[in-house]
Design a protein around this ligand. Sequence first.
Ligand code: 5GP
Length: 175
Amino acid sequence: IDPTQYIRQIIRNVPDWPKPGVTFRDITPVLQDPRSFRVLIDLFVYRYMGQKLDLVAGVDARGFIVGSVLAYELNLGFVPVRKKGKLPFNTVAEEYSLEYGNASVEMHTDSVRPGQRVLLIDDLIATGGTLLAAARLLQRLGANVVEAAAIIDLPELGGSKAVTDSGLSVYTVCS
Ligand code: 5GP
């Protein structure tokens, strides 16, 4: 079986969560199953080894899980892109809009040095708002965002297109 298909079939669709009418793509079974966890990380390793990256930036919270393992495998550092109010040192923030209201992501001001080549990673792209805000944050810190990656794309929500239209390269394992 094809590795992408293997992962796709293990992702669990949870109807009506977090609210009626929404189907949540749950990646916890992919992490729980040792074979799909390894295949998932290996797909990212295969894509990014030799890309002369400096850092992996993972988005709170599922982006931490895949991002930190990937960074370790590629011998890179890991930096967190966190939800508002979680980081203890000096921070920069970027806001993005949700269906109702706003949210923001934060990074430590010293988490990236200008010119560093950074891979940005999260578990899923829906509207793209989260990854776009994270990319703006990294760019404000002077990073060269080499690619924005995720496990799952929901193309019907237009997020991967929006991220691509902003000038960023996008990679997702499956949709
Ligand atoms: P966006 O900003 O692209 O609209 O939403 C993506 C963010 O929301 C990601 O951080 C992702 O973790 C979370 N998210 C939204 N919908 C889902 C879903 O169905 N499954 C998972 N695993 N995460 C989701």
